[in-house]
Ligand binder design. Structure first.
Ligand code: FAD
Length: 505
Protein backbone atom coordinates (compact mmCIF):
# COMPACT_ATOMS: atom_id res chain seq x y z
CA UNK A 1 0.00 0.00 0.00
CA UNK A 2 1.37 3.34 -1.08
CA UNK A 3 -0.17 6.20 0.93
CA UNK A 4 0.22 9.21 -1.35
CA UNK A 5 -3.04 11.13 -1.90
CA UNK A 6 -4.35 10.97 -5.43
CA UNK A 7 -5.22 14.46 -6.60
CA UNK A 8 -3.14 15.14 -9.71
CA UNK A 9 -4.24 13.20 -12.77
CA UNK A 10 -2.12 13.14 -15.89
CA UNK A 11 -3.55 11.69 -19.09
CA UNK A 12 -1.04 10.84 -21.79
CA UNK A 13 -2.68 10.89 -25.23
CA UNK A 14 -5.43 12.92 -26.85
CA UNK A 15 -7.26 10.44 -29.06
CA UNK A 16 -10.78 9.21 -28.32
CA UNK A 17 -9.58 7.49 -25.13
CA UNK A 18 -7.67 10.49 -23.79
CA UNK A 19 -10.45 12.99 -24.33
CA UNK A 20 -13.18 10.66 -23.09
CA UNK A 21 -11.17 10.14 -19.90
CA UNK A 22 -10.47 13.86 -19.56
CA UNK A 23 -14.13 14.79 -20.05
CA UNK A 24 -15.33 12.23 -17.51
CA UNK A 25 -12.71 13.14 -14.90
CA UNK A 26 -13.47 16.84 -15.30
CA UNK A 27 -17.17 16.24 -14.88
CA UNK A 28 -17.08 13.76 -12.01
CA UNK A 29 -14.08 14.65 -9.85
CA UNK A 30 -14.74 18.37 -9.45
CA UNK A 31 -12.67 20.83 -7.38
CA UNK A 32 -9.68 19.58 -5.50
CA UNK A 33 -8.38 17.57 -8.42
CA UNK A 34 -6.25 18.68 -11.36
CA UNK A 35 -6.48 16.97 -14.73
CA UNK A 36 -3.78 17.55 -17.32
CA UNK A 37 -3.66 15.95 -20.77
CA UNK A 38 -0.50 15.69 -22.84
CA UNK A 39 -0.80 15.03 -26.55
CA UNK A 40 1.34 15.38 -29.59
CA UNK A 41 -0.12 16.78 -32.81
CA UNK A 42 2.97 15.59 -34.61
CA UNK A 43 2.20 11.94 -33.66
CA UNK A 44 -1.55 12.27 -34.28
CA UNK A 45 -4.30 9.81 -33.45
CA UNK A 46 -5.37 6.49 -34.95
CA UNK A 47 -8.23 8.36 -36.67
CA UNK A 48 -10.70 5.46 -36.84
CA UNK A 49 -13.40 4.26 -34.44
CA UNK A 50 -16.64 5.64 -35.77
CA UNK A 51 -19.29 3.04 -34.96
CA UNK A 52 -20.60 2.65 -31.42
CA UNK A 53 -22.98 0.60 -29.27
CA UNK A 54 -26.03 1.89 -27.35
CA UNK A 55 -24.05 2.08 -24.08
CA UNK A 56 -22.52 5.34 -25.31
CA UNK A 57 -25.76 7.07 -24.38
CA UNK A 58 -24.95 6.33 -20.73
CA UNK A 59 -21.59 8.03 -21.13
CA UNK A 60 -23.24 11.04 -22.78
CA UNK A 61 -25.79 11.14 -19.96
CA UNK A 62 -23.01 11.14 -17.38
CA UNK A 63 -21.50 14.15 -19.13
CA UNK A 64 -24.97 15.68 -19.59
CA UNK A 65 -24.31 16.07 -23.28
CA UNK A 66 -27.21 17.24 -25.42
CA UNK A 67 -27.84 14.50 -27.99
CA UNK A 68 -28.93 16.77 -30.82
CA UNK A 69 -25.91 19.03 -30.47
CA UNK A 70 -23.61 16.01 -30.18
CA UNK A 71 -24.93 14.43 -33.40
CA UNK A 72 -24.74 17.73 -35.27
CA UNK A 73 -21.21 18.50 -34.13
CA UNK A 74 -19.83 15.06 -35.03
CA UNK A 75 -21.60 14.65 -38.43
CA UNK A 76 -23.33 11.77 -36.70
CA UNK A 77 -25.97 9.32 -37.84
CA UNK A 78 -27.98 6.73 -35.92
CA UNK A 79 -27.28 3.03 -35.73
CA UNK A 80 -29.90 0.33 -35.11
CA UNK A 81 -27.49 -2.58 -35.40
CA UNK A 82 -24.97 -4.29 -37.67
CA UNK A 83 -25.76 -6.09 -40.89
CA UNK A 84 -23.55 -9.14 -41.48
CA UNK A 85 -23.29 -10.22 -45.10
CA UNK A 86 -21.64 -13.43 -46.35
CA UNK A 87 -20.61 -14.52 -42.86
CA UNK A 88 -22.51 -17.78 -42.30
CA UNK A 89 -22.01 -18.60 -45.94
CA UNK A 90 -21.76 -16.67 -49.20
CA UNK A 91 -25.09 -15.02 -49.93
CA UNK A 92 -26.26 -15.01 -46.28
CA UNK A 93 -27.36 -11.84 -44.56
CA UNK A 94 -28.55 -11.18 -41.05
CA UNK A 95 -28.73 -8.23 -38.70
CA UNK A 96 -27.56 -8.06 -35.12
CA UNK A 97 -30.06 -5.47 -33.98
CA UNK A 98 -29.92 -3.61 -30.69
CA UNK A 99 -32.89 -3.84 -28.39
CA UNK A 100 -35.47 -6.49 -27.72
CA UNK A 101 -36.66 -9.39 -29.78
CA UNK A 102 -40.41 -9.93 -29.61
CA UNK A 103 -42.18 -10.09 -26.34
CA UNK A 104 -40.99 -12.24 -23.41
CA UNK A 105 -43.61 -14.25 -21.50
CA UNK A 106 -42.96 -14.46 -17.75
CA UNK A 107 -39.55 -16.17 -17.39
CA UNK A 108 -39.24 -17.28 -20.98
CA UNK A 109 -37.54 -15.18 -23.62
CA UNK A 110 -39.46 -14.69 -26.86
CA UNK A 111 -36.96 -16.63 -28.94
CA UNK A 112 -37.93 -19.83 -27.09
CA UNK A 113 -41.49 -19.51 -28.41
CA UNK A 114 -40.11 -18.58 -31.78
CA UNK A 115 -37.97 -21.76 -31.89
CA UNK A 116 -41.01 -23.99 -31.55
CA UNK A 117 -43.12 -21.88 -33.92
CA UNK A 118 -40.33 -21.97 -36.51
CA UNK A 119 -40.03 -25.76 -36.21
CA UNK A 120 -43.76 -25.96 -36.96
CA UNK A 121 -43.59 -23.59 -39.91
CA UNK A 122 -45.46 -20.88 -38.00
CA UNK A 123 -42.79 -18.18 -37.90
CA UNK A 124 -40.58 -16.02 -40.15
CA UNK A 125 -36.86 -15.44 -39.62
CA UNK A 126 -36.08 -14.21 -36.09
CA UNK A 127 -35.30 -10.74 -37.47
CA UNK A 128 -38.98 -10.19 -38.30
CA UNK A 129 -39.70 -9.85 -34.57
CA UNK A 130 -37.23 -7.09 -33.74
CA UNK A 131 -38.09 -3.47 -34.46
CA UNK A 132 -34.45 -2.67 -35.18
CA UNK A 133 -33.82 -5.43 -37.66
CA UNK A 134 -37.00 -4.68 -39.60
CA UNK A 135 -36.46 -0.91 -39.59
CA UNK A 136 -32.73 -0.91 -40.45
CA UNK A 137 -32.84 -2.28 -44.03
CA UNK A 138 -35.87 -0.09 -44.75
CA UNK A 139 -33.78 2.94 -43.79
CA UNK A 140 -36.20 3.95 -41.05
CA UNK A 141 -35.25 5.60 -37.76
CA UNK A 142 -36.73 7.56 -34.90
CA UNK A 143 -35.89 8.15 -31.26
CA UNK A 144 -38.18 6.59 -28.66
CA UNK A 145 -41.69 8.03 -28.79
CA UNK A 146 -43.22 9.57 -25.70
CA UNK A 147 -46.81 9.61 -26.98
CA UNK A 148 -47.33 5.83 -27.26
CA UNK A 149 -48.26 3.24 -24.62
CA UNK A 150 -45.20 2.10 -22.59
CA UNK A 151 -45.46 -1.46 -23.95
CA UNK A 152 -45.21 -0.27 -27.58
CA UNK A 153 -41.89 -1.16 -29.29
CA UNK A 154 -41.71 2.52 -30.27
CA UNK A 155 -41.56 3.55 -26.61
CA UNK A 156 -38.08 2.15 -26.10
CA UNK A 157 -35.92 2.09 -29.23
CA UNK A 158 -32.33 1.01 -28.63
CA UNK A 159 -29.79 2.73 -30.84
CA UNK A 160 -26.21 3.88 -31.04
CA UNK A 161 -24.35 6.40 -33.21
CA UNK A 162 -21.93 6.62 -36.06
CA UNK A 163 -19.69 9.69 -35.88
CA UNK A 164 -16.51 11.25 -37.18
CA UNK A 165 -13.76 10.19 -34.77
CA UNK A 166 -11.77 13.42 -35.18
CA UNK A 167 -14.84 15.58 -34.55
CA UNK A 168 -15.77 13.48 -31.51
CA UNK A 169 -12.34 13.98 -29.91
CA UNK A 170 -12.51 17.72 -30.73
CA UNK A 171 -15.97 17.94 -29.18
CA UNK A 172 -14.84 16.23 -25.98
CA UNK A 173 -11.71 18.36 -25.88
CA UNK A 174 -13.77 21.53 -25.86
CA UNK A 175 -16.03 20.01 -23.19
CA UNK A 176 -13.06 19.04 -21.01
CA UNK A 177 -11.14 22.30 -21.43
CA UNK A 178 -14.24 24.29 -20.51
CA UNK A 179 -14.31 22.31 -17.27
CA UNK A 180 -10.74 23.01 -16.32
CA UNK A 181 -8.67 20.28 -18.02
CA UNK A 182 -5.29 21.65 -19.02
CA UNK A 183 -4.01 20.47 -22.40
CA UNK A 184 -0.26 20.34 -22.90
CA UNK A 185 1.05 20.04 -26.43
CA UNK A 186 4.25 18.06 -26.77
CA UNK A 187 5.89 14.75 -27.27
CA UNK A 188 6.60 12.65 -24.17
CA UNK A 189 10.22 11.56 -24.41
CA UNK A 190 10.90 10.20 -20.97
CA UNK A 191 8.91 8.47 -18.26
CA UNK A 192 10.44 8.90 -14.81
CA UNK A 193 9.94 6.11 -12.27
CA UNK A 194 10.37 6.53 -8.53
CA UNK A 195 13.41 4.50 -7.55
CA UNK A 196 11.85 3.06 -4.36
CA UNK A 197 8.65 1.51 -5.78
CA UNK A 198 8.77 1.93 -9.56
CA UNK A 199 5.68 4.14 -9.66
CA UNK A 200 5.56 6.78 -12.38
CA UNK A 201 6.55 10.16 -10.99
CA UNK A 202 6.55 12.38 -14.05
CA UNK A 203 6.75 12.49 -17.81
CA UNK A 204 9.20 14.76 -19.57
CA UNK A 205 8.41 16.31 -22.93
CA UNK A 206 10.72 17.02 -25.85
CA UNK A 207 10.86 20.71 -24.89
CA UNK A 208 12.03 19.79 -21.39
CA UNK A 209 8.70 20.36 -19.62
CA UNK A 210 8.21 17.96 -16.72
CA UNK A 211 4.66 16.96 -15.85
CA UNK A 212 4.23 15.37 -12.43
CA UNK A 213 1.20 13.43 -11.29
CA UNK A 214 -0.24 10.98 -8.75
CA UNK A 215 -2.31 8.91 -11.17
CA UNK A 216 -1.31 8.49 -14.82
CA UNK A 217 -3.83 7.40 -17.42
CA UNK A 218 -2.08 5.90 -20.41
CA UNK A 219 -4.09 6.74 -23.54
CA UNK A 220 -1.07 6.77 -25.84
CA UNK A 221 -2.48 4.24 -28.30
CA UNK A 222 -0.98 0.94 -29.45
CA UNK A 223 2.49 1.88 -28.19
CA UNK A 224 1.38 1.88 -24.52
CA UNK A 225 4.01 4.44 -23.62
CA UNK A 226 3.61 4.11 -19.85
CA UNK A 227 1.90 0.77 -19.26
CA UNK A 228 4.19 -1.20 -21.58
CA UNK A 229 7.24 0.78 -22.59
CA UNK A 230 7.89 2.05 -19.05
CA UNK A 231 6.21 -0.56 -16.79
CA UNK A 232 6.31 -3.69 -19.00
CA UNK A 233 2.84 -4.88 -17.97
CA UNK A 234 2.92 -7.59 -20.65
CA UNK A 235 0.49 -8.45 -23.44
CA UNK A 236 -1.72 -11.44 -24.01
CA UNK A 237 -2.42 -12.06 -27.65
CA UNK A 238 -5.70 -13.49 -29.00
CA UNK A 239 -4.42 -13.99 -32.53
CA UNK A 240 -4.77 -17.77 -32.41
CA UNK A 241 -8.53 -17.14 -32.48
CA UNK A 242 -8.79 -13.75 -34.12
CA UNK A 243 -6.22 -13.91 -36.91
CA UNK A 244 -6.87 -10.53 -38.54
CA UNK A 245 -3.89 -8.26 -37.88
CA UNK A 246 -4.26 -5.37 -40.32
CA UNK A 247 -6.82 -2.93 -41.56
CA UNK A 248 -6.97 -0.54 -44.48
CA UNK A 249 -9.27 2.41 -43.92
CA UNK A 250 -10.57 4.87 -46.49
CA UNK A 251 -13.41 7.39 -46.49
CA UNK A 252 -15.67 7.66 -49.52
CA UNK A 253 -18.21 10.14 -50.80
CA UNK A 254 -21.60 9.70 -49.34
CA UNK A 255 -23.84 7.78 -51.71
CA UNK A 256 -27.60 8.00 -51.18
CA UNK A 257 -29.33 8.37 -47.83
CA UNK A 258 -27.22 7.24 -44.83
CA UNK A 259 -28.21 3.74 -43.71
CA UNK A 260 -29.13 3.48 -40.00
CA UNK A 261 -26.80 0.53 -39.51
CA UNK A 262 -23.16 -0.50 -39.82
CA UNK A 263 -22.50 -3.02 -42.58
CA UNK A 264 -19.95 -5.80 -42.23
CA UNK A 265 -19.30 -7.89 -45.33
CA UNK A 266 -17.11 -10.96 -45.06
CA UNK A 267 -14.35 -11.07 -47.67
CA UNK A 268 -11.87 -13.77 -48.67
CA UNK A 269 -9.52 -13.07 -45.74
CA UNK A 270 -11.45 -10.89 -43.33
CA UNK A 271 -14.28 -8.42 -43.58
CA UNK A 272 -15.13 -4.94 -44.77
CA UNK A 273 -16.95 -2.26 -42.80
CA UNK A 274 -19.17 0.54 -44.03
CA UNK A 275 -20.09 3.33 -41.62
CA UNK A 276 -22.42 6.00 -42.99
CA UNK A 277 -21.96 9.55 -41.67
CA UNK A 278 -23.70 12.74 -42.71
CA UNK A 279 -20.80 14.13 -44.75
CA UNK A 280 -19.05 10.94 -45.91
CA UNK A 281 -18.89 7.17 -45.50
CA UNK A 282 -16.19 5.40 -43.50
CA UNK A 283 -14.87 2.12 -44.95
CA UNK A 284 -12.23 -0.37 -44.07
CA UNK A 285 -11.01 -3.90 -44.73
CA UNK A 286 -9.88 -5.84 -41.65
CA UNK A 287 -7.78 -8.79 -42.82
CA UNK A 288 -5.23 -11.44 -42.02
CA UNK A 289 -1.85 -10.60 -43.56
CA UNK A 290 -1.04 -14.31 -43.60
CA UNK A 291 -3.86 -14.81 -46.11
CA UNK A 292 -3.90 -11.72 -48.30
CA UNK A 293 -1.33 -9.10 -49.32
CA UNK A 294 -1.80 -5.38 -48.67
CA UNK A 295 -2.14 -4.53 -52.37
CA UNK A 296 -4.80 -7.14 -52.97
CA UNK A 297 -6.65 -6.06 -49.81
CA UNK A 298 -6.55 -2.43 -50.96
CA UNK A 299 -7.87 -3.41 -54.38
CA UNK A 300 -10.72 -5.37 -52.77
CA UNK A 301 -11.59 -2.46 -50.50
CA UNK A 302 -11.57 0.10 -53.31
CA UNK A 303 -13.59 -2.14 -55.62
CA UNK A 304 -16.33 -2.41 -53.01
CA UNK A 305 -17.10 1.18 -52.06
CA UNK A 306 -20.54 2.70 -52.55
CA UNK A 307 -19.10 6.08 -53.54
CA UNK A 308 -15.82 7.59 -54.82
CA UNK A 309 -12.81 7.12 -52.51
CA UNK A 310 -11.67 10.31 -50.81
CA UNK A 311 -7.97 9.53 -50.64
CA UNK A 312 -5.70 6.52 -50.49
CA UNK A 313 -6.37 3.63 -48.06
CA UNK A 314 -4.43 4.00 -44.81
CA UNK A 315 -2.76 0.90 -43.36
CA UNK A 316 -3.08 0.05 -39.65
CA UNK A 317 -1.30 -2.89 -38.03
CA UNK A 318 -2.54 -4.44 -34.80
CA UNK A 319 -2.23 -7.38 -32.51
CA UNK A 320 -5.56 -8.43 -31.02
CA UNK A 321 -5.38 -9.02 -27.28
CA UNK A 322 -4.99 -7.18 -24.00
CA UNK A 323 -2.42 -6.07 -21.47
CA UNK A 324 -1.89 -8.60 -18.72
CA UNK A 325 -2.48 -5.75 -16.30
CA UNK A 326 -4.36 -2.65 -17.39
CA UNK A 327 -3.93 -1.08 -13.94
CA UNK A 328 -0.33 -1.41 -12.81
CA UNK A 329 1.19 0.63 -9.97
CA UNK A 330 -0.17 4.16 -10.53
CA UNK A 331 -0.89 3.74 -14.25
CA UNK A 332 -4.25 2.81 -15.73
CA UNK A 333 -4.31 2.12 -19.47
CA UNK A 334 -7.36 2.94 -21.56
CA UNK A 335 -8.16 2.56 -25.25
CA UNK A 336 -5.61 1.03 -27.58
CA UNK A 337 -2.97 1.23 -24.84
CA UNK A 338 -5.05 -1.29 -22.86
CA UNK A 339 -5.78 -3.75 -25.63
CA UNK A 340 -7.29 -4.22 -29.02
CA UNK A 341 -10.41 -5.98 -30.20
CA UNK A 342 -11.15 -5.76 -33.86
CA UNK A 343 -14.11 -3.49 -34.59
CA UNK A 344 -16.49 -6.26 -35.70
CA UNK A 345 -18.98 -5.40 -32.95
CA UNK A 346 -17.84 -1.80 -32.38
CA UNK A 347 -16.52 -2.50 -28.90
CA UNK A 348 -13.43 -0.23 -28.78
CA UNK A 349 -15.11 2.93 -27.54
CA UNK A 350 -17.34 0.91 -25.22
CA UNK A 351 -14.24 -0.59 -23.58
CA UNK A 352 -12.86 2.91 -22.98
CA UNK A 353 -16.16 3.95 -21.43
CA UNK A 354 -16.37 0.94 -19.16
CA UNK A 355 -12.71 1.34 -18.16
CA UNK A 356 -13.43 4.93 -17.15
CA UNK A 357 -16.52 3.87 -15.18
CA UNK A 358 -14.54 1.15 -13.42
CA UNK A 359 -11.71 3.53 -12.61
CA UNK A 360 -14.15 6.05 -11.16
CA UNK A 361 -15.82 3.33 -9.10
CA UNK A 362 -12.48 2.17 -7.75
CA UNK A 363 -10.91 5.63 -7.59
CA UNK A 364 -8.26 5.63 -4.86
CA UNK A 365 -8.65 7.97 -1.90
CA UNK A 366 -5.07 7.96 -0.74
CA UNK A 367 -2.52 5.66 -2.20
CA UNK A 368 -2.76 2.66 -4.41
CA UNK A 369 -3.86 -0.55 -2.83
CA UNK A 370 -3.19 -3.81 -4.63
CA UNK A 371 -6.67 -5.18 -3.97
CA UNK A 372 -8.17 -2.26 -5.83
CA UNK A 373 -5.94 -2.72 -8.86
CA UNK A 374 -6.49 -6.48 -8.78
CA UNK A 375 -10.26 -6.05 -8.83
CA UNK A 376 -9.97 -3.57 -11.68
CA UNK A 377 -7.80 -5.97 -13.64
CA UNK A 378 -10.03 -8.98 -12.97
CA UNK A 379 -13.12 -7.11 -14.15
CA UNK A 380 -11.33 -5.82 -17.23
CA UNK A 381 -10.09 -9.29 -18.11
CA UNK A 382 -13.55 -10.79 -17.74
CA UNK A 383 -15.01 -8.11 -19.99
CA UNK A 384 -12.35 -8.56 -22.67
CA UNK A 385 -12.59 -12.34 -22.64
CA UNK A 386 -16.35 -12.37 -23.04
CA UNK A 387 -16.16 -9.91 -25.94
CA UNK A 388 -13.32 -11.96 -27.41
CA UNK A 389 -15.56 -15.06 -27.32
CA UNK A 390 -18.41 -13.17 -28.98
CA UNK A 391 -16.10 -12.04 -31.78
CA UNK A 392 -14.66 -15.53 -32.27
CA UNK A 393 -18.21 -16.86 -32.63
CA UNK A 394 -18.62 -14.87 -35.86
CA UNK A 395 -15.53 -16.46 -37.40
CA UNK A 396 -15.87 -19.97 -36.05
CA UNK A 397 -19.57 -20.55 -36.68
CA UNK A 398 -19.31 -20.30 -40.44
CA UNK A 399 -19.99 -22.82 -43.13
CA UNK A 400 -17.71 -21.01 -45.55
CA UNK A 401 -15.08 -23.25 -47.09
CA UNK A 402 -14.16 -21.14 -50.09
CA UNK A 403 -10.80 -19.82 -48.85
CA UNK A 404 -7.92 -20.92 -46.63
CA UNK A 405 -8.80 -18.14 -44.19
CA UNK A 406 -12.36 -19.38 -43.62
CA UNK A 407 -11.21 -22.99 -43.43
CA UNK A 408 -8.79 -22.01 -40.69
CA UNK A 409 -11.49 -20.11 -38.79
CA UNK A 410 -14.10 -22.85 -39.12
CA UNK A 411 -11.80 -25.59 -37.88
CA UNK A 412 -9.84 -23.78 -35.15
CA UNK A 413 -9.86 -24.80 -31.48
CA UNK A 414 -11.94 -22.27 -29.55
CA UNK A 415 -11.90 -21.23 -25.87
CA UNK A 416 -13.81 -23.60 -23.54
CA UNK A 417 -16.06 -20.77 -22.40
CA UNK A 418 -17.28 -20.21 -25.94
CA UNK A 419 -17.59 -23.91 -26.67
CA UNK A 420 -19.82 -24.35 -23.64
CA UNK A 421 -22.07 -21.49 -24.73
CA UNK A 422 -22.41 -22.83 -28.26
CA UNK A 423 -23.19 -26.34 -26.99
CA UNK A 424 -25.86 -25.12 -24.60
CA UNK A 425 -27.47 -23.02 -27.30
CA UNK A 426 -27.36 -25.89 -29.78
CA UNK A 427 -28.99 -28.14 -27.18
CA UNK A 428 -32.04 -26.00 -26.38
CA UNK A 429 -31.56 -22.40 -27.45
CA UNK A 430 -30.46 -21.26 -24.02
CA UNK A 431 -27.92 -18.59 -23.22
CA UNK A 432 -27.08 -16.88 -19.93
CA UNK A 433 -25.39 -13.53 -19.65
CA UNK A 434 -22.83 -13.71 -16.87
CA UNK A 435 -21.97 -10.94 -14.44
CA UNK A 436 -21.32 -7.66 -16.15
CA UNK A 437 -20.50 -9.05 -19.56
CA UNK A 438 -21.20 -6.58 -22.30
CA UNK A 439 -23.42 -8.43 -24.74
CA UNK A 440 -26.86 -9.51 -23.61
CA UNK A 441 -28.74 -12.69 -24.44
CA UNK A 442 -30.49 -11.12 -27.46
CA UNK A 443 -27.14 -10.29 -29.05
CA UNK A 444 -25.78 -13.80 -28.65
CA UNK A 445 -29.04 -15.35 -29.85
CA UNK A 446 -29.12 -13.22 -33.00
CA UNK A 447 -25.51 -13.95 -33.89
CA UNK A 448 -25.74 -17.68 -33.10
CA UNK A 449 -28.84 -18.02 -35.28
CA UNK A 450 -27.46 -15.67 -37.91
CA UNK A 451 -24.29 -17.73 -38.19
CA UNK A 452 -26.35 -20.88 -38.65
CA UNK A 453 -26.31 -22.54 -35.22
CA UNK A 454 -29.70 -24.23 -34.94
CA UNK A 455 -30.92 -25.39 -31.51
CA UNK A 456 -32.14 -29.01 -31.47
CA UNK A 457 -34.94 -28.19 -29.10
CA UNK A 458 -36.53 -25.46 -26.99
CA UNK A 459 -37.53 -24.82 -23.38
CA UNK A 460 -40.13 -27.39 -22.20
CA UNK A 461 -42.40 -24.72 -20.70
CA UNK A 462 -43.13 -23.40 -24.18
CA UNK A 463 -45.36 -26.48 -24.60
CA UNK A 464 -47.73 -25.04 -22.03
CA UNK A 465 -48.97 -22.67 -24.72
CA UNK A 466 -51.34 -24.50 -27.07
CA UNK A 467 -50.13 -24.60 -30.67
CA UNK A 468 -52.90 -22.47 -32.15
CA UNK A 469 -52.19 -19.82 -29.52
CA UNK A 470 -48.47 -20.03 -30.23
CA UNK A 471 -48.98 -19.30 -33.93
CA UNK A 472 -51.28 -16.36 -33.15
CA UNK A 473 -48.89 -15.03 -30.47
CA UNK A 474 -45.86 -15.06 -32.75
CA UNK A 475 -47.79 -13.68 -35.72
CA UNK A 476 -49.24 -10.94 -33.51
CA UNK A 477 -45.77 -9.83 -32.40
CA UNK A 478 -44.63 -9.72 -36.03
CA UNK A 479 -47.64 -7.60 -36.98
CA UNK A 480 -47.05 -5.09 -34.20
CA UNK A 481 -43.40 -4.73 -35.26
CA UNK A 482 -44.32 -4.24 -38.94
CA UNK A 483 -46.98 -1.72 -38.02
CA UNK A 484 -44.55 0.26 -35.82
CA UNK A 485 -41.88 0.31 -38.54
CA UNK A 486 -44.48 1.64 -41.02
CA UNK A 487 -44.99 4.56 -38.67
CA UNK A 488 -41.27 5.42 -38.46
CA UNK A 489 -39.82 8.18 -40.65
CA UNK A 490 -36.85 7.65 -42.98
CA UNK A 491 -33.54 8.00 -41.13
CA UNK A 492 -32.49 10.79 -43.48
CA UNK A 493 -35.68 12.74 -42.81
CA UNK A 494 -35.21 12.32 -39.05
CA UNK A 495 -31.67 13.72 -39.28
CA UNK A 496 -32.73 16.58 -41.56
CA UNK A 497 -35.49 17.55 -39.14
CA UNK A 498 -33.62 17.32 -35.84
CA UNK A 499 -29.85 17.16 -36.16
CA UNK A 500 -28.48 18.06 -39.57
CA UNK A 501 -24.82 19.06 -39.28
CA UNK A 502 -23.69 22.38 -40.63
CA UNK A 503 -22.47 21.47 -44.16
CA UNK A 504 -19.75 24.12 -43.90
CA UNK A 505 -18.34 22.68 -40.66
P1 FAD B 1 -5.00 6.98 -30.47
O1 FAD B 1 -6.09 7.54 -31.28
O2 FAD B 1 -3.87 6.31 -31.19
O3 FAD B 1 -4.42 8.18 -29.61
C1 FAD B 1 -3.16 8.11 -29.00
C2 FAD B 1 -2.79 9.49 -28.49
O4 FAD B 1 -1.56 9.40 -27.80
C3 FAD B 1 -2.60 10.53 -29.59
O5 FAD B 1 -3.14 11.76 -29.18
C4 FAD B 1 -1.10 10.63 -29.69
O6 FAD B 1 -0.68 11.88 -30.18
C5 FAD B 1 -0.72 10.43 -28.25
N1 FAD B 1 0.67 10.01 -28.06
C6 FAD B 1 1.25 8.86 -28.39
N2 FAD B 1 2.55 8.86 -28.08
C7 FAD B 1 2.79 10.06 -27.51
C8 FAD B 1 3.95 10.69 -26.99
N3 FAD B 1 5.15 10.10 -26.98
N4 FAD B 1 3.83 11.94 -26.50
C9 FAD B 1 2.62 12.59 -26.48
N5 FAD B 1 1.51 12.04 -26.97
C10 FAD B 1 1.60 10.79 -27.49
N6 FAD B 1 -13.75 1.40 -31.94
C11 FAD B 1 -15.10 1.51 -31.95
O7 FAD B 1 -15.70 1.65 -30.89
N7 FAD B 1 -15.79 1.47 -33.11
C12 FAD B 1 -15.20 1.28 -34.30
O8 FAD B 1 -15.86 1.28 -35.34
C13 FAD B 1 -13.79 1.11 -34.32
N8 FAD B 1 -13.12 0.88 -35.48
C14 FAD B 1 -11.77 0.69 -35.45
C15 FAD B 1 -11.09 0.35 -36.63
C16 FAD B 1 -9.73 0.09 -36.61
C17 FAD B 1 -9.02 -0.32 -37.84
C18 FAD B 1 -9.00 0.28 -35.40
C19 FAD B 1 -7.52 0.09 -35.36
C20 FAD B 1 -9.67 0.62 -34.24
C21 FAD B 1 -11.05 0.82 -34.25
N9 FAD B 1 -11.73 1.11 -33.08
C22 FAD B 1 -13.10 1.20 -33.09
C23 FAD B 1 -11.02 1.37 -31.84
C24 FAD B 1 -10.92 2.90 -31.66
O9 FAD B 1 -10.38 3.49 -32.81
C25 FAD B 1 -10.07 3.22 -30.48
O10 FAD B 1 -10.54 2.51 -29.37
C26 FAD B 1 -10.12 4.71 -30.17
O11 FAD B 1 -9.86 5.47 -31.30
C27 FAD B 1 -9.16 5.04 -29.08
O12 FAD B 1 -7.88 5.23 -29.54
P2 FAD B 1 -6.81 5.79 -28.51
O13 FAD B 1 -7.28 7.13 -28.06
O14 FAD B 1 -6.58 4.75 -27.50
O15 FAD B 1 -5.49 5.90 -29.38
Amino acid sequence: MNEQTVKRIVIVGGGTAGWMAAAAMAKVLGPGYTVQLVESEEIGTVGVGEATVPHLKLFNNLLEIDEIEFVKRTQGTFKLGIQFNDWGQLGDSYIHGFGKIGHDVSLLPFHQFWLKARQHGLADEIGAYSLNTVAAPQGKFMASATDVPPQSPLADIAYAYHFDAGLYAAYLRQYAEQRGVRRIEGRVEQVELRPDDGFVEAVTLADGQRVEGDLFIDCSGFRGLLIEQALHAGYESYTQWLPCDRALAVPSERHGPPAPFTRSTARTAGWQWRIPLQHRTGNGYVYSSAHVGDDEAAATLLANLDGRALGEPRLLRFNTGMRRRTWYRNVVALGLAAGFMEPLESTGIYLIQSGIARLLNLFPRAGFSEVVAERYNAQTRFEYERIRDFLILHYYATRRDDTAFWNQCRTMAIPDTLRANIELFRDSGRFFREGEEMFAQVSWVQVMLGQGIQPHSYHPLVDQMPEHELGAFVAGVGKVIAHCVDAMPPHEAFIARYCAADPAA
